[in-house]
Design a protein. Structure first.
Length: 255
């Protein structure tokens, strides 16, 4: 069964989200200076949440062992890094750049694994190679995967609908080229559920009234046609949902 945490105040949600990530870091590193924390992140609003919870929270920031972090992206748009749609580009702008001088000191950052930018725009063969190369970089399993959930129930770039079964049903390969995303840009790479299934911990962060209907479908109706529901079904005991009251407005209090 998944764990559900709901918050009425944004500040409390963000702080507890940071504490949750910190706990997973400590579990992975166990005080070993040579150990690494393998984490995969989604794009979009997740970047701002990571900045607020890890970089800008003065109670959390000193405890984050950035040099031991190995950061990957759950999905990535096949655009140049300077493009506003690039998940890495937005993560760099929102988290990595402010991190460098946070706390009036020079901070060492994490190791970040990106797609091969030189292959972008190279067509079908290049797009498949981008996915294959990225898959080869992944660890055997992740300590933590941070996910979002779209208003249609998608997560990573795994979308609902039969036209996306080639992505959602794949359990052998770790990373695939998504060539028909309903959201621009249409070309992306995405983790498959095979990667999510092997993670030690999975966390969804969902905020805002626009998500209340889909949260009801995911957590109450449990519509198995939705990729986010499939994550719950596959690894439910390892999944935690962080919701604000707006996103959880249709979820009973005792859920």
């Amino acid at each position: 069964m998944v764990k559900l945490q709901r918050f009425s105040e944004k500040k409390s949600l963000i702080h507890e989200f940071g504490k949750f990530i910190l706990e997973k870091q400590e579990s992975a590193l166990t005080g070993d200076a040579d150990a690494v924390f393998n984490i995969a992140i989604s794009g979009g609003s997740m970047n701002q949440a990571l900045y607020e919870s890890l970089v800008n929270d003065k109670n959390i920031f000193p405890h984050i062992k950035w040099p031991q972090w190995r950061i990957f992206f759950c999905d990535e748009r096949l655009v140049p890094f300077e493009d506003p749609q690039s998940n890495y580009g937005q993560f760099k702008k929102t988290v990595l750049d402010p991190l460098v001088h946070q706390g009036n000191q020079l901070n060492l950052g994490p190791t970040v694994y990106t797609i091969n930018e030189s292959l972008i725009g190279g067509g079908e063969t290049a797009n498949r190679k981008i996915a294959e190369e990225y898959a080869s970089m992944l660890p055997a399993s992740f300590d933590l995967i941070l996910l979002g959930c779209g208003e249609d129930g998608h997560t990573c770039s795994l979308f609902p609908g039969v036209e996306f079964n080639y992505l959602v049903e794949e359990m052998d390969r770790k990373v695939l080229w998504c060539n028909n995303s309903p959201k621009a840009p249409k070309d992306r790479i995405t983790f498959t559920l095979a990667v999510v299934a092997e993670a030690k911990s999975v966390c969804f962060l969902v905020r805002g009234a626009a998500k209340k209907a889909i949260m009801h479908d995911v957590l109450i109706v449990k519509n198995s046609e939705l990729p986010s529901v499939l994550v719950n079904e596959m690894v439910g005991t390892k999944v935690t949902w962080f919701l604000d009251d707006e996103a959880g407005a249709l979820i009973p209090e005792n859920c």
